[in-house]
Design a protein around this ligand. Structure first.
Ligand SMILES: [Zn+2]
Length: 419
């Protein structure tokens, strides 16, 4: 099977030329109307391929079904789950996505790749050791002024190519397969308006991962905590023995936090952290915002208790602070999707046996962040993440090796095929 026959590279290069940058400051949905332009292209393309039920809704979500090639009785007898492949159509706000000019480097030589529109942008093996795997093969980059947008148009291209492959090969036996393209993933809202009932799938897989073999089914659990410090105000001319300055208390509290542990700049792997991100206020009242992160959800509450203990200790240690009031407010952000995926071992097994069949060693690492997959998992669709090959994402040096996309396509084909 020559996977490139199904045009995954050609599709990626076509999709990235449509600007779909999302906007964190927008209050509309999707956050930018231009994302619908790509959604419209995908809708037409899926219909052309033969997915008759393809739709795009007002929010810019595209859904379609690759119809089963086996009888309903057989699907029922096999208890086949309905799986959904999902990718996001928007690109990151961090880097321009306007006038992306993708370049296909046919036979990468191993030499530095100087991007023509900004020669100061150079992609090298020294900087990206993974690039070594593509010497003699095809690599796609942008031209120097924009990101490439393989995050996540590589995922989109792989899924559309799967549909084209399966529709062109009706002899391959498979159940119904759902396709979902979402807007606004990069601004954290991609799962907001998914019509899960209409989608009607048992498991989901986002095609939004990096290097060959990566398989992600674990994310942080995340809360935001706001610590409010109320001081005691008085006219500064007659404040002796009365004033308790919230700013000074806040400064002492921040200074009392561990500096070499428990923070993002000193943690990795499975370690969690507490991260003060924002402070505002004045002498009367100060609010400090923290991000609380851990893979073990139970630790979040421990961290929150500890923050309050540290703050209380600061206030109690200083007689000038003894009238100050402390208060915490916790907002749940997202939860480790592993809590849900662990209840569905079949979805992990299905993916990993396809990796194996394709000769790909799985690399299972926790995501030190959250994804739409973690939110979708808790909204009723357990969702893990599969590699696409994308590298150096959200930057002008973003690149992707075409063979990785082809291998991902092969993995999907193995996942759905019944033999
Ligand atoms: Zn992505």
């Amino acid at each position: 099977m020559e996977w490139n026959a199904f045009g995954v590279a050609e599709r990626l290069m076509r999709y990235v030329q449509i600007d779909t940058q999302s906007d964190p400051n927008s209050t509309s949905f999707p956050s930018t109307e231009k994302q619908k332009k790509l959604a419209q292209v995908l809708l037409s393309e899926l219909k052309e391929i033969g997915l008759e039920d393809a739709t795009m809704d007002d929010n810019g979500y595209v859904m379609a079904t690759i119809p089963a090639t086996i009888a309903a009785e057989k699907i029922a007898a096999l208890q086949l789950p309905i799986i959904c492949f999902c990718a996001h159509i928007d690109t990151a706000p961090d880097c321009s996505g306007t006038n992306v000019k993708p370049i296909l480097h046919q036979q990468y030589t191993g030499a530095p790749i100087v991007l023509p529109d900004d020669p100061s942008q150079v992609i090298t093996i020294e900087k990206y050791p993974y690039l070594k795997n593509f010497i003699g093969k095809e690599v796609i980059t942008a031209s120097g002024r924009t990101l490439l947008g393989s995050d996540d148009k590589a995922g989109v291209a792989i899924i559309v190519s799967l549909a084209a492959y399966l529709m062109a090969n009706p002899a391959i036996q498979h159940g119904p397969i759902k396709i979902l393209f979402t807007p606004d993933e990069e601004v954290g809202r991609g799962a907001d308006h998914i019509d899960f009932k209409k989608l009607n799938a048992d498991f989901g897989y986002t095609l939004d991962g990096g290097a060959l073999g990566c398989f992600e089914m674990e994310s942080f659990s995340a809360d935001q905590l706001i610590l409010t410090i109320d001081g005691v105000m008085a006219h500064p001319g007659s404040a002796k023995g009365v004033m308790q300055n919230a700013l000074k208390i806040a400064a002492d509290i921040i200074a009392a936090f561990p500096k070499e542990t428990w923070c993002p700049e000193h943690t990795e792997g499975k370690q969690g952290f507490v991260h003060p991100t924002h402070i505002e206020g004045g002498a009367e009242q100060v609010k400090i915002e923290f991000l609380i992160r851990d893979f073990d959800t139970a630790n979040l509450e421990r961290y929150e208790t500890r923050i309050l203990e540290i703050a209380n200790a600061v206030v109690q240690a200083n007689p000038n602070y003894n009238q100050a009031k402390l208060q915490i407010q916790v907002k749940q952000q997202y939860r480790n999707m592993k809590e849900i995926i662990d209840q569905h071992p079949a979805m992990v097994e299905l993916a990993l046996s396809a990796y194996k069949k394709a000769g790909i060693a799985p690399v299972i690492e926790p995501i030190r962040g959250g994804t739409d997959g973690s939110r979708m998992s808790f909204m009723g669709l357990p969702t893990a993440n599969i590699f696409t090959g994308m590298q150096a994402i959200h930057s002008k040096q973003e690149w992707i090796g075409v063979s990785d996309m082809q291998q991902a396509l092969q993995v999907l084909a193995y996942m759905v095929e019944i033999n």
